[in-house]
Design a protein around this ligand. Structure first.
Ligand code: FES
Ligand SMILES: [Fe+2]
Length: 419
């Protein structure tokens, strides 16, 4: 029921249908006012975002451009370490770096050539004293008040994270112990090596992509490549869990652990026995951590840290507007990897990205889905697979991760749930 105190976003009151987080109103995928509120609350709010790898910045002056939703930042190495700065000039808002990577001595805005050091401090204002004593900045002008906006920075095992927030807890505390443990498994401090990037623009709302990355249930149904070549199956041991009040998700699977007495070769043939890969390394799984596991970790709101077989990748979910999301993929390995494992990682990277044997299913599906949720804004989705709660479970046949997200979403955006 609408009351006088109900919060609204633009024209729509923030009312969630009866059933709470087991129901999803379709209008939330296409409403631009709600989109702005999501960006302010999540991406620009009390959260940490992935911005790069330490090994992408090999020398003093190396920088890379990264996006936290629609906000551009520069990740810069100076003599003391890594700084993350808004790529937005403190004079009038010009973009300082126009390229994705580079090496600079200092940062200069092209518009009126204000200069900043690698920490983002304003060091020079062109024509500060005017021309022939006329014009220029006032006598009491103070460069120290006009730095670039500096973000808080954290590093973990060779990855770099940043936040706009002064109040969010430190990165480790933000992750919490369960996610930290799963991240430490992949990022134990061994120096990382960049293997490559891919980027894609998907014509769907960012939440459809976000949901997809914490939805193990679709993996064995939509992704026929997985099933056909045995990388991931419904009978694999699977743990599905969210942590820290639904913020993060820490899913992992042990595809080797299946029902006793099952002849795997025979099972594979059941799916598409007529299909055979010429290069079996594409689906070879070298058990490099000695636990037989693959893991899919979501660091709220925009990072997805994935180890699938021997692919190591971090995806950044970059919402552009209510109907578009960019996904940036960074593929990496360890600097001390053997030739064999580096080769396997590179081959297996073909499963992911815009044209990946697996990931292309998701982007096409989400595009089609966006049409439908956009065309029927008053319709409802249902999330009851695996029950109606958000408790961790040892199965992939559950939507608990999505329910946990919508529980947090309803609370943080201030929706009122219809009774
Ligand atoms: S906008 Fe950057 S120097 Fe003017
Ligand atoms: Fe998928």
């Amino acid at each position: 029921m609408t009351t006088a105190t109900t919060t609204t976003t633009g024209a729509r009151p923030l009312i969630w249908p009866k059933g709470g987080f087991t129901r999803i109103p379709a209008w939330i995928y296409s409403d631009e006012d709600l989109f702005k509120k999501e960006i302010d609350t999540f991406f620009a709010g009390d959260t940490w975002s992935y911005v790069g790898l330490d090994c992408e910045l090999p020398q003093v002056g190396s920088y890379k451009r990264a996006w936290i939703a629609n906000r551009q930042v520069l990740v810069v190495r100076d003599t003391d370490g890594i700084n993350v700065l808004e790529n937005r000039c403190s004079h009038r808002g010009g973009a300082i770096a126009w390229q994705n990577t580079g090496v600079v001595r200092n940062l200069v805005c092209p518009y009126h050539q204000w200069g900043f050091n690698l920490k983002g401090d304003l060091t020079g204002v062109s024509l500060k004293r005017g021309v022939h004593g006329v014009g220029g900045m006032p006598d009491d002008w103070d460069n120290s008040k006009w730095s670039l906006r500096k973000l808080r920075v954290a590093t973990k095992g060779g990855t770099i994270w940043a936040t706009f927030s002064d109040t969010v807890e430190d990165f480790d505390e933000y992750c919490g112990p369960q996610l930290q443990k799963r991240l430490d498994r992949l990022l134990p401090g061994r120096p990382l090596e960049l293997l490559g990037y891919s980027r894609q623009l998907i014509p769907s709302n960012w939440k459809l992509y976000f949901e997809n990355t914490r939805d193990p249930y679709h993996g064995t149904l939509l992704h026929t490549f997985f099933v056909t070549f045995g990388l991931y199956r419904a009978d694999s041991k699977h743990a599905t869990a969210t942590t820290m009040g639904g913020r993060h998700s820490t899913n992992y699977a042990a595809p080797g652990e299946r029902k006793e007495g099952v002849d795997l070769e025979k099972e594979f043939r059941r799916f598409r026995g007529d299909l055979k890969l010429n290069d079996p390394e594409l689906v070879k799984f070298i058990d490099e951590y000695g636990d037989g596991e693959m893991s899919a970790l979501q660091v709220f709101p925009g990072a997805f840290v994935q180890q699938h077989a021997n692919i190591l990748a971090i995806r950044s979910i970059i919402p552009k507007n209510a109907g578009e999301v960019e996904v940036d993929w960074t593929y990496f390995g360890y600097a001390d990897d053997s030739e064999e494992i580096r080769r396997v990682r590179l081959k297996q990277a073909n499963l992911l990205g815009p044209s990946g044997f697996v990931s292309m299913d998701d982007s096409e599906l989400l595009k089609q889905m966006q049409h439908q949720v956009g065309a029927y804004p008053e319709s409802l989705g249902v999330l009851e697979m695996g029950g109606r709660d958000t408790e961790p479970a040892m199965t992939m046949a559950t939507e608990l991760g999505l329910r946990a997200f919508y529980k947090l979403y309803i609370e943080q955006l201030g929706f009122e749930v219809e009774q």
